[in-house]
Design a protein around this ligand. Structure first.
Ligand code: AMP
Ligand code: ZN
Length: 480
């Protein structure tokens, strides 16, 4: 498998550290509000990666849930997002975290995203930042002992100047960063360098009333956002891991800081491969809460779109390309899903007629789909290969019993990666089948009034009947 590694800026052959096993870590959501479909794209990408890897490897996958410490700015400024959410809703931070974690898990389920399986401390498999406070404190101890962190009045900071390769993920050195420094980043005057980042905030100053806080050897407080991922990786997977993922907006700050503190504390690389998904865009701008140009999954399902139509829309773009969201593109994805299901439903319409040697056809079809995925997960290419297969299968008749078996095998193989419910289709009801037979008899006896009437009746049930040289064929016109 070939993957594009942000660290080397090259497409490389993927090789896990342990043969046949892959350790994968994903930065999860900050649960202070609903996830928007931009956020969800990053988890669909991650799921595609995990499922593609699972074709060849056993994958140990850890994902966190950020329920403390993520400030409004990715640098160390502003309020904690969770505290902000609690104030907005008149709830406690714990209630806010619980509620949005639940909604997030529902979204994941609706999108057929596999549960993280590498952390067993919680039944749902998600590693909460607040479950790893002790591990984060231990990491700070190490960083202080090794001279990489220092204590100031407001926070304990990581000293970025202590690492010669700080910024290697983005390729931006501290000198480059200083030139491009943003005016809006107001920094604590006690920071030795403006890019030093907090690993622990004290409950002083504007964090005096911070609800979530824990004792530490240095005083009461709460961990900085970047630290949780490093501490969770250390205690669940261990360094180095094979692959770390997230959205491209994490490259410059969050992932850069994860690398800095993990490598400083443990003296090992954090991850061998770094994979980043591009943004969902709306009218040329990144979909984001701050711009207000976002939709939730619920907004699109309320308009009559199936969650898996959104999953398919994500798969129709390569993960490293921006995805411009429009309602027309979602509509087109939904129509494509209906076509994929019609193709899958051909397994129920086999007849005993033999149609020659088709095994090679299916073998080639599967090879072309998997080779697109093995080449840096070109899911859009894999889908276009499937569209070609559908046309080819149509042309070949695909109606013998043996072909139905081959089709089922093919569907099962591609479904394990695509996650579109292609392999769990249900046949139409026996009543609908009886109507199709009745209509065919009416046609044979040239009773076209009756056959048209039955056709209309079936259409109302969302079943279209087409007359082919091999007899009538049905397809569902709506999503089941
Ligand atoms: P957050 O909950 O803000 O930590 O974000 C969760 C994930 O969504 C992160 O990996 C972000 O990089 C990613 N993300 C945020 N906005 C977008 C977007 N518009 N398109 C794609 N991914 C995004
Ligand atoms: Zn992270």
């Amino acid at each position: 498998m070939k993957l594009t590694n942000t660290l080397t800026k090259a497409k490389q052959d993927f090789k896990p550290i342990t043969p046949y096993e892959v350790t994968l870590y994903t930065c999860g959501p900050t649960v202070y509000d609903y996830a928007h479909i931009g956020n969800l794209r990053s988890f669909v990408f991650d799921d595609l990666l995990r499922r593609s890897l699972q074709l060849n490897y056993k994958v140990k996958h850890v994902m966190n849930i950020t329920d403390v410490g993520h400030l409004v700015s990715d640098a160390d400024e502003g309020e904690d997002k969770l505290e902000k959410g609690a104030r907005r809703e008149g709830k406690t931070v714990w209630q806010v975290a619980e509620y949005y974690s639940e909604v997030f898990k529902q979204d994941m389920a609706a999108l057929n995203i596999l549960h993280p399986n590498g952390y067993t401390g919680r039944p749902d498999g998600y590693a909460r930042a607040t479950d790893f406070i002790e591990q984060q404190i231990n990491m700070i101890k190490l960083l202080i002992d090794k001279g990489f962190a220092y204590q100031a009045k407001q926070a304990i900071y990581f000293d970025v100047t202590k690492l010669t390769d700080y910024g290697k993920l983005s390729g931006q050195s501290l000198a480059d960063k200083a030139v491009g420094a943003r005016d809006d980043v107001v920094t604590d005057p006690d920071k030795k360098h403006p890019y030093d980042f907090a690993v622990w905030f004290f409950t002083v100053g504007h964090f005096k009333d911070h609800t979530m806080h824990w004792p530490s050897p240095w005083g009461n407080g709460f961990p900085g956002w970047h630290l949780e991922c490093s501490a969770i990786i250390h205690s669940t997977l261990g360094e180095p891991i094979d692959i770390h993922t997230g959205g491209v907006d994490h490259i410059g700050t969050h992932h850069t800081n994860e690398i800095a503190q993990s490598e400083a504390a443990f003296g090992l690389p954090l991850a061998n491969f770094w994979l980043h998904n591009e943004f969902v865009m709306v009218d040329g701008a990144k979909m984001s809460k701050s711009l207000g140009n976002y939709y939730r999954l619920q907004n699109i399902t309320q308009k009559g779109y199936h969650p898996l139509s959104f999953r398919l829309l994500c798969l129709q773009a390569h993960y490293r390309s921006q995805l411009n969201f429009t309602w027309q593109s979602l509509e087109a994805a939904q129509n494509f899903l209906i076509n994929l299901y019609a193709f899958a439903d051909m397994q129920f319409q086999a007849s005993p007629k033999q149609s020659g040697e088709l095994s090679k056809f299916w073998q080639k079809a599967l090879e072309s789909v998997t080779s697109a995925l093995m080449d840096d997960m070109h899911s859009e290419q894999a889908l276009s290969e499937i569209a070609t297969v559908i046309n080819g299968a149509d042309a070949l008749g695909l109606l013998s019993t043996r072909d139905a078996d081959e089709l089922q095998k093919f569907l099962k193989s591609i479904e394990s990666v695509l996650g579109l419910n292609l392999a769990s289709r249900q046949d139409i009801s026996s009543d609908a089948k009886a109507l199709i037979d009745e209509r065919e008899q009416a046609r044979q006896t040239k009773d076209f009034a009756k056959s048209d009437q039955i056709r209309d009746q079936l259409a109302q049930e969302g079943i279209a009947v087409e007359d082919t040289p091999c007899g009538p064929r049905w397809r569902r016109t709506k999503l089941l």
